[in-house]
Design a protein around this ligand. Structure first.
Ligand code: SF4
Ligand code: SF4
Ligand code: FES
Length: 272
């Protein structure tokens, strides 16, 4: 730092004198193409100390391939825009150091669970459609509310989500089995968990989780948890508690009997 200006080595303009140039180079193989197909193209760049993959990609865009498409915004692991697959694993490009791959090839491609628009940019708009169909926060009329410390703790974790959609990308239900029409995916189980466990919310989303959002497809492989850049324990803290609630509601014999009786009383309108 000097004169109040912060000089970030991690995001220094590559190739500038005195800003951490190592005298070495790095090679990246980057997917170039679109929905109709494409191939990896190799680029070689000057390696700067502390450089992240996004720096390398932006160097290539500035100096070697002006038409290289890449999405980014904050460069600080906050906005979730720069998600890509690095050596086949979803990572934030702005949080992944080039030096981590020393001695290994670096392959960078777009997230594959969504349609590719161009190069490193995938069309993630499907996620916003899923989000728009989740029953929104519905304030309970039973005021005044009591909020216990454990409620606050439980609600804090899901709010850390930066919507990078890397958990969606790695989930085999979407990536391999293409169940997009009937499976909301881990990001939206996290969102549902926040809504369902909020003491001031009175909506019931368990039926949607079971039927429309395909919670039953999840077989708790934990791949989503492994890639979450903000450390949300997606399976343990969101998916498993939701599965338990759905099981209690729909597979508990006593509750099943109650619904049956209530259904008969309502002339079968609500019966299962
Ligand atoms: S734990 Fe469930 S939601 Fe997460 S990646 Fe595995 S199958 Fe998908
Ligand atoms: S839960 Fe984690 S991996 Fe999934 S979208 Fe949110 S921040 Fe990304
Ligand atoms: S640019 Fe915002 S998370 Fe990477």
């Amino acid at each position: 730092m000097s004169d109040g200006n912060v000089t970030s080595r991690a995001h220094a303009p590559v190739g500038e004198e005195g800003l951490g140039g190592t005298g070495r180079t790095a090679k990246l193989k980057i997917f170039r193409g679109d929905a109709s197909g494409g191939e990896e193209v190799e680029y070689e760049i000057p390696l700067v100390e502390g450089m992240v993959i996004l720096d390398a990609v932006l160097y290539i865009q500035a100096h070697q391939a002006n038409d290289l498409a890449v999405r980014w915004n904050c460069k600080a692991a906050h906005c979730g825009s720069c998600s890509a697959e690095i050596n086949g694993i979803p990572r934030l490009m702005c949080k992944t150091r080039v030096e981590e791959f020393e001695g290994r090839e670096i392959h960078v491609g777009p997230m594959r669970a969504f349609p590719v628009i161009k190069d490193l940019v995938s069309d993630v708009s499907w996620n916003y459609e899923v989000s728009s169909k989740i029953t929104p926060f519905t304030t309970s009329q039973k005021a005044p509310f009591t909020m216990y410390e454990e409620d606050v703790e439980r609600l804090y974790e899901p709010k850390k989500c930066i919507e990078c959609f890397m958990c969606q990308d790695v989930c085999h239900v979407l990536r391999t089995h293409h169940k997009h029409p009937e499976f909301a995916g881990p990001r939206f189980f996290v969102r549902n968990q926040w809504l369902e466990m909020h003491p001031m919310d009175e909506a019931d989303r368990l039926g949607d989780l079971k039927e429309k959002n395909g919670l039953g497809y999840c077989n708790i492989t934990k791949c989503c948890t492994e890639v979450c850049p903000v450390g949300i324990k997606i399976t343990d803290n969101s998916i498993i508690p939701l599965k338990e609630r759905v099981a209690d509601e729909y597979y508990d014999p006593a509750r099943w009997l109650m619904r049956k009786i209530q259904g008969r009383r309502n002339g079968g309108r609500n019966g299962s």
